[in-house]
Design a protein around this ligand. Structure first.
Ligand code: GAR
Length: 198
């Protein structure tokens, strides 16, 4: 019997990535189900967005949750929700991936990794660095996560031109349009090869 892949979404900010995934599912364009949303901050727009559309949403505050509880609590919530694939969606913390979720965690980054990635390369800072470097292509990358920021085998990338007239904001918008295509594509691709965690 067919069953949609069960997604867990980890976020720390605005939640546009989660919203895109949710809308694609609602429009029948992505065969998946968001069964667990976890935010590392309580007061961000992503939490409000998730709750507004009725998604099961939890806050595991990075500031208030010491190690190893932070890592264990995220694993517990994902396991309890029977999550099969974890999507980092602007998650600004390092979650130590436990064995049960090895190969089941992906991230989207707004640049063509391995360039312009790593700790500190987040949101607009990425696009500022791309413009400062004077390159003529940027884009986004979906990759498997290991325990390094923005690191792990690449699933797919989508490119955009960098224009002379670009500001970090205009470039961010152009890249984000591609992120909205790339993440659902990657989820579809990976869900075909996933089996339930043991
Ligand atoms: C997205 O653009 C995502 O690519 C980026 O954070 C943004 C989250 O936005 N991720 C990274 O920079 C990872 N290093 P959102 O909170 O509105 O979804």
């Amino acid at each position: 019997m067919h069953r949609s892949v069960r997604l867990g979404v980890l976020l720390s900010g605005g939640g546009r990535t989660l919203q895109n995934i949710h809308e694609r599912i609602a429009n029948g364009k992505l065969d998946a189900e968001v069964v667990c949303v976890i935010s590392s901050r309580g007061s961000v727009k992503g939490v409000a967005r998730a709750r507004d559309v009725g998604l099961p949403t939890h806050v595991v505050s990075r500031r208030d949750t010491p190690d190893p509880l932070f890592h264990d609590e995220i694993e517990r919530l994902l396991t309890e929700a029977e999550v099969e694939l974890v999507c980092m969606a602007g998650f600004a913390c390092m979650w130590r991936i436990p064995p049960a979720f090895a190969d089941r965690v992906i991230n989207i980054h707004p640049a063509l990794l391995p360039a312009f990635g790593g700790k500190g390369f987040y949101g607009c800072k990425v696009h500022e660095a791309v413009l400062a470097a004077g390159v003529d292509r940027s884009g986004c990358t979906v990759h498997h996560c290991d325990n390094e920021y923005d690191h792990g085998p690449i699933v797919l990338q989508r490119e955009v031109p960098v224009l002379e007239s670009d500001t970090p904001e205009t470039l961010a918008d152009r890249v984000f349009e591609q992120e909205c295509i790339a993440y659902p594509e990657a989820i579809t691709l990976l869900s075909q090869t996933l089996r339930a965690p043991s």
